[in-house]
Design a protein. Structure first.
Length: 386
């Protein structure tokens, strides 16, 4: 029997997250990956089969983004991705869709050969960099404890010299909040115009966010609100577009339909596939986490069965039941629901211990405070602020 309340005909996959390897060459202090020491790699045949199952099961829409992410993707050479990209194209079998490949990288291994590959395939590139060297090197270090900021700056210079577009994603910790101007200035001086500001989330082996503080209570949340307010003022005058604030403006101007708002709460909107073919859905960070009660959130394996078939059995049925209950509870309790769609399941699980929970630190930091900042600014601009 299908999971309760699930209509399988309307399912559509927007993002396919392929984990080419769990291994990472760095040892960042806030990393959530439990198996980043393993050097396994995904066979191109696994990537081909994942894409083929999307096609054969009618899960493709007009667009598909394939994100290569998990460990550090660039520890595998460009030749690996030549074969892997070809395998995905073969699996899609000429489906009439707009296909985008995306890579999120720590950039420490990005050289001219990688620039050639990225340019040839028009890959969407995200660079993980936390801003000024003192902030970045405090958390993003090699396995021998050395800083990585200089290597990332060299990679950024290579991309810019080649005219290759990229965006940056910084992890914002309590350390970042003290000087938002220095943080913003670093990105602007380097000509980086697209910036995402993730918080260091409580996930997997990283049990607590630095924004939460050491004891129960608001921790550094007021400081984070002030940080966002300052970034908003700087971004209105400068060249750096801050993802969370820009998204908040878009949501206020034209909220999307409720059913399309949050892919993390829609089955198979995001499909994540591990190096061995094990797959999951909802929040990509769930796959492979140490959660015995949920089987590591692995719902099946592309070598053994399809995505739709996994929705007909456990553990999906229980997972969907709890996630749907959490979304319903958010709708009842949260004034921001219409602009959020029910939160991120992975954060509910790690912060609250249940997918059926409601508000999390992640909700407040990544959704509510950016929206509150732009609402406040809009009121000031309109002369409505007290």
């Amino acid at each position: 029997m299908p999971a309760p309340g699930l209509t399988t005909r309307a399912l559509q996959t927007e993002m396919l997250v392929l984990q080419p390897t769990p291994f990472c060459n760095l040892d960042c202090s806030y990393c959530y990956l439990p198996q980043r020491h393993l050097r396994a790699r995904m066979a191109p045949a696994t990537a081909r089969l994942a894409a083929r199952r999307l096609r054969d099961e009618g899960l493709l829409g007009d667009e598909l983004t394939v994100v290569w992410h998990a460990g550090e993707p660039l520890v595998l050479p460009p030749a690996y991705y030549e074969a892997a990209f070809a395998a995905v194209a073969d699996g899609l079998g000429g489906a009439a869709i707009r296909l985008t490949h995306a890579i999120q990288t720590n950039a420490t291994l990005l050289d001219e050969a990688w620039c050639d590959f990225l340019q040839r395939h028009r890959v969407a590139v995200g660079i993980s960099v936390d801003g000024p060297a003192a902030l970045h090197d405090r958390h993003r270090r090699t396995r021998r404890g050395a800083g990585t900021h200089a290597a990332v700056e060299r990679a950024i210079a290579r991309l810019q010299a080649r005219g290759l577009p990229f965006h940056a994603i910084a992890v914002v910790t309590a350390d970042t909040l003290a000087d938002p101007d220095a943080f913003y200035d670093w990105f602007e001086r380097r000509g980086i115009t697209e910036l995402g500001c993730n918080i260091d989330e409580a996930e997997g082996p990283h049990p607590a966010s630095s924004l939460a503080g050491a004891a129960p209570g608001p921790g550094h949340e007021a400081a984070h609100a002030a940080f966002l307010a300052r970034l908003l003022e700087r971004s209105r005058q400068g060249r750096v577009v801050v993802r969370e604030l820009a998204a908040a403006w878009r949501l206020l101007r034209q909220p999307p339909p409720a059913g399309a708002l949050n892919p993390q709460t829609r089955p198979l909107a995001i499909v994540s596939v591990a190096h061995d073919g094990g797959f999951s859905t909802f929040s990509p960070e769930l796959l492979g986490q140490a959660a015995p009660a949920w089987g590591g959130f692995v719902l099946g394996n592309v070598h053994q069965g399809g995505f739709r078939a996994a929705l007909q059995r456990e553990p999906f049925a229980g997972l969907w039941r709890d996630i749907a209950a959490g979304v319903a509870a958010c709708e009842q309790a949260c004034p921001w629901f219409a602009l959020c769609g029910g939160g991120a399941p992975v954060n509910k699980w790690y912060e609250r211990g249940s997918f059926a929970a409601t508000e999390t630190l992640y909700c407040r930091s990544m959704v509510q405070r950016p929206l509150a900042a732009v609402l406040r600014r809009a009121e000031i601009d309109l002369g409505l602020a007290a």
